[in-house]
Design a protein around this ligand. Structure first.
Ligand code: CA
Length: 228
């Protein structure tokens, strides 16, 4: 089955270039150019991925992402204007799964799209019932996480990261290892993104995010998950 992608971008030249490239890769592609239409369409139809521009007329990309995040596990690749926006885009407030900074090369964007889709497919395929580590329970089939029975909203990236750690509790995973797993690629980009995802996860699952007991930093090595 062909995967369906929604492009949300108000600059026609960029939208057309991305649409053309993704179609050439065999994807089914739809494009809209404002935030309100994007939100309505993403709610009405099942997409496998969204390519979402940050600055849009009407509802901003940030707002679209924020609203969808609460209701839909669709992977979201954000287009940002500058690197400085990365913290915010991957942060709790917005919750995108990945980002590309403009101006980007179309092949790079296609590679990111493929990585996000591959990751989701792997998640679905290895939908082994559930992973439990202490009070944390990951339901990979439903893309849900629970902490002491209470559902916690995780982005696709956050769930993927926790799934890796939860597969082998107490084992230390390096940042590079985590990033390669997240992107299913040897190209890991900025390892700062790993720390950002970890800090977002901590805010959601730690009693005191400043003194993490679950996702623990192992100085100079990486991160591990502990049963609490
Ligand atoms: Ca724009």
């Amino acid at each position: 089955m062909r995967e369906r992608i929604l492009i949300v971008e108000d600059e026609p030249a960029i939208s057309e270039a991305v649409e053309y490239a993704l179609r050439a890769e065999g994807f089914e592609v739809e494009a809209v150019d404002d935030g309100n239409t994007a939100l309505a369409q993403a709610r009405a139809r099942a997409y496998d991925l969204l390519v979402l521009d940050l600055m849009l007329p009407g509802l901003s990309g940030v707002e679209v992402c924020r609203q969808l995040r609460d209701e839909n596990p669709v992977p979201i690749l954000m287009l940002t204007a500058k690197d400085a926006e990365v913290d915010r885009v991957l942060g709790l407030e917005v919750g995108a799964d990945d980002y590309v900074t403009k101006p980007f090369s179309v092949p790079e964007l296609v590679a990111r799209v493929r990585a996000l889709l591959r990751r989701r497919e792997l998640d679905t395929r290895q939908a082994i019932a559930k992973l439990r580590v202490g009070g944390l329970e990951l339901d990979l089939a439903k893309h849900q996480a629970r902490l002491n029975g209470e559902q916690i909203p995780l982005t696709a990236f956050e769930l993927k990261l926790l799934t890796l750690l939860a597969g082998e509790p107490e084992r230390v995973f390096s940042r590079g290892e985590i990033m390669r797993h997240l992107w299913d690629s040897s190209y890991v980009g900025d390892e700062r993104a790993c720390d950002l995802h970890v800090s977002n996860i901590r805010r959601k699952i730690e009693r005191d995010p400043a003194r993490p007991e679950r996702v623990v930093t192992v100085r100079g090595s990486g991160y591990k998950l502990q049963a609490v």
